[in-house]
Design a protein around this ligand. Structure first.
Ligand code: HEC
Length: 149
C-alpha cells in the first residue's frame, strides 16, 4: 500500500514546494512595489520652464484669495518676491517662523513652499498647497517675471 502511495506523496511535496516558492516570489514582488512608491511629482525638470501666461491664470484663480502683486492682504504682496529673503517685507505681519527663516525665494524654495509650506518652514501661517507640479512651475515662472528676474 505504502509503495502505491509513494509517487503521490512525491507529487504532493513537489507542488507544495512550488506553492511556497510562488508565495515567496509574490511577497517579494509586492514588497518591491511598495518600497518603490509613487514617482516623485517634484521633478526638478518641471520646476523650471514654467509658462508665465498659464502662471498668471493660476495665480489669479489660486493665490489672489489671499495675495496680490502690489498690496498686502491676508498674505504679503508678491511683486519682487522672487529673489527676496522670506518674511522680509517691513510692512507685513508675518509669522515669527517666516521672519526667522533665512530662505531666499527661488525656483527650488518656492516649489518646496507650494508643495507643503509647513514642511519647509514649520510654524508658518500659510494654510494652502498647490499640488499640481506643472501649476507650481507656471506660477513660479509668473512670480519670477513679475519680480523682474
Ligand atoms: C489661504 C490664504 C493663502 C493662499 C490661498 C495663498 N497664500 Fe501665500 N501666504 C499666505 C500667508 C498668510 C502668508 C504669510 C505666511 C507667514 O507669515 O508665515 C503667505 C506667504 C507666502 C509667501 C512668502 C512671501 C514672503 O514675503 O516671504 C509666498 C512666496 C506665497 N505665500 C506664495 C503663494 C502662492 C504662489 C500662492 C498661490 C499658488 C499662495 N501663496 C496662496 C496665505 C495664502
Amino acid at each position: 500500500m505504502s509503495s502505491l502511495l509513494r509517487p503521490f506523496r512525491w507529487i504532493t511535496s513537489v507542488s507544495l514546494a512550488g506553492l511556497v516558492l510562488l508565495a515567496a516570489v509574490l511577497a517579494v514582488a509586492s514588497w518591491r512595489v511598495s518600497i518603490a512608491g509613487p514617482l516623485p511629482s517634484d521633478d526638478p525638470a518641471q520646476i523650471t520652464g514654467g509658462d508665465t501666461e498659464e502662471g498668471a491664470r493660476t495665480y489669479q484663480s489660486r493665490c489672489t484669495g489671499c495675495h496680490s502683486l502690489d498690496a498686502n492682504r491676508i498674505g504679503p504682496r508678491h511683486r519682487g518676491v522672487y529673489g527676496r529673503v522670506a518674511g522680509s517685507l517691513p510692512d507685513f505681519d508675518y509669522s515669527s517662523a517666516l521672519t526667522q527663516s533665512d530662505i531666499v525665494w527661488n525656483d527650488e524654495t518656492l516649489n518646496a513652499w507650494l508643495i507643503n509650506p509647513e514642511d519647509l518652514i514649520p510654524g508658518q501661517a500659510m494654510g494652502f498647497r498647490l499640488n499640481d507640479a506643472q501649476a507650481r512651475a507656471d506660477v513660479i515662472a509668473y512670480l519670477r517675471r513679475e519680480s523682474g528676474k
